[in-house]
Ligand binder design. Structure first.
Ligand code: SAH
Length: 206
């Protein structure tokens, strides 16, 4: 996985590669998908949701440029796999998941691996998690129609938001950095995530 799916496709950040090597993806995959735990694609985790493709987990982690003292928010904990990789890179991860059954399963999987720096919350994270803000990085693991202002507002100075944004039928991985010159937005890989849901729906100005 590391050589064929990540290095060969341009993931060069050694800390990210180490983090990816240290987290067993099989621990976050449902029983029936276990034989495919290291497959080069997303896999179903139940309730219509998926565990992300390893390449996307690595790419998001690289784009977020996480350092050892960072506090990171993940919106869309799902299986817990992306959060586990982030937990190896950061000081602390705050993760929020809309579906209680998934949040519970992810918390159990993280605990089983001895990962104790991920704080799990259940609820709608499309507007972030104000109580833990500001964050050095925010990773959104579900696709949004546009960049939510409330998430940008929860970035620390120098902070990075990485989020898949709708582009026709697909998403494009987008990074927003809060810099001294203001917000810098760049577009990266095309991708396909499950939708970021918003309780009450998305309003035109959201
Ligand atoms: N990071 C996960 C990917 C899970 S798929 C992994 O590595 O497995 C995206 C997840 O986002 C789903 O579990 C879905 O329930 C969740 N989600 C969708 N909208 C959400 C919202 N508004 N707040 C929190 N979680 C949300």
């Amino acid at each position: 996985m590391i050589v064929e799916q990540l290095r060969s496709r341009g993931i060069h950040d050694e800390r990210v590669l180490e983090a990816m090597a240290s987290v067993q993806r099989e621990a976050f995959v449902v029983e029936s998908e276990r034989p495919r735990a290291y497959a080069d694609n997303a896999l179903p985790i139940g309730l219509g949701q998926t565990i992300s493709q390893p390449y996307m987990v690595a790419r998001v982690s690289e784009l977020a440029r996480i350092t050892a003292n960072d506090v990171v928010l993940e919106v869309g904990l799902g299986s817990g796999y992306q959060a586990a990789v982030l937990s190896r890179l950061a000081k602390r991860v705050v993760a929020i998941e809309l579906l209680p059954a998934l949040a519970q399963r992810a918390a159990t999987a993280l605990r089983a691996l001895g990962i104790d720096n991920v704080e799990v919350h259940t609820g709608d994270g499309s507007r972030g998690y104000e109580q833990g803000a500001p964050y050095d990085a925010i990773v959104v693991s579900a696709g949004a129609p546009r960049i939510p202002n409330t998430l940008v507002a929860q970035l620390a100075f120098g902070g990075r938001l990485v989020i898949p944004i709708s582009a026709g039928e697909q998403h494009v991985l987008t990074r927003v950095e809060r810099t001294a010159e203001g917000l810098v937005t760049t577009q990266h890989d095309p991708c396909m995530y499950v939708p970021l849901r918003r309780v009450g729906g998305w309003l035109p100005h959201d």
